[in-house]
Design a protein. Sequence first.
Length: 286
Amino acid sequence: MIPFRPTSMQTPAHSPATAAVPLSQASQGTHRLQPVKLSRQAVPLLRKSPPWEGWRKATAVAKRRGGSSVGHNPPQGLLALPPPKRGFGCDFLPHITPRQAVRVLLSLCLILACSVLTPAAPPAETSVDEYQVKAAFLFNFAKFVEWPSEAFSDPNAPLVITVFGDDPFNGSLEAVKGKLVNNRKLTIRRVKEIQDIGKSNVLFVSPSAKKELARVLAALQGLSVLTVGEDGAFTQSGGIINFVNEDNKVRFEINISAAERAGLKISSRLLALARVVRSPAQEGSK
């Protein structure tokens, strides 16, 4: 006899269940599963009893009814099949072995441990990205501003960008160091004393030095220095270019009056990208 094991132990009440294989077809090797419709009394036995016991009891109920309620007689020559192997305490995994169950549990424990021990990703350094953009702006400001010849000691003198106060650029300015701007090599300086700011062509006033802004602007009177800041009152106080953050984007405003007083000519291409403001004194003189 050729043993046959049913593929599903949980059969819905509205679907037929396959009961057995006829001996005549099994001997010819062309056997097909013959459906047997179970009655309402047979299905609870199939669901509540252990898988193979429920199968045998449900089939016996169908046979006892003699085909009166199953639609046709059950197949002849029902094979006596051994019950399937039970699982490792898991009715929904009838063929799993104890060794396989241990492997599954160990794998789940390893996945859980990795998820707990894996450190969370650090928050994005938004300030670094912001100052990378501002460093690129400083480089482009120098390209679109014209200094008077007396602002440089000689034709080969470098163009100097100075950071006054703590440096917030985190090394981003080093990316533009050494580049040529109007045939002048770009250099970077960092100072914290007001007496050292006069040797600059572009002066960035750090947020850490905003309390010194009035003294800084007073020290630069009569000098052609492009002052850049990021304080809300920077241009109103006499600074030339001020960074502003709008909709998570870096923008800038330009004080035309302050630029004219410093003897600087700002390109119209740069002015087209900026919010142009004028000093109150300049507006009052019109």
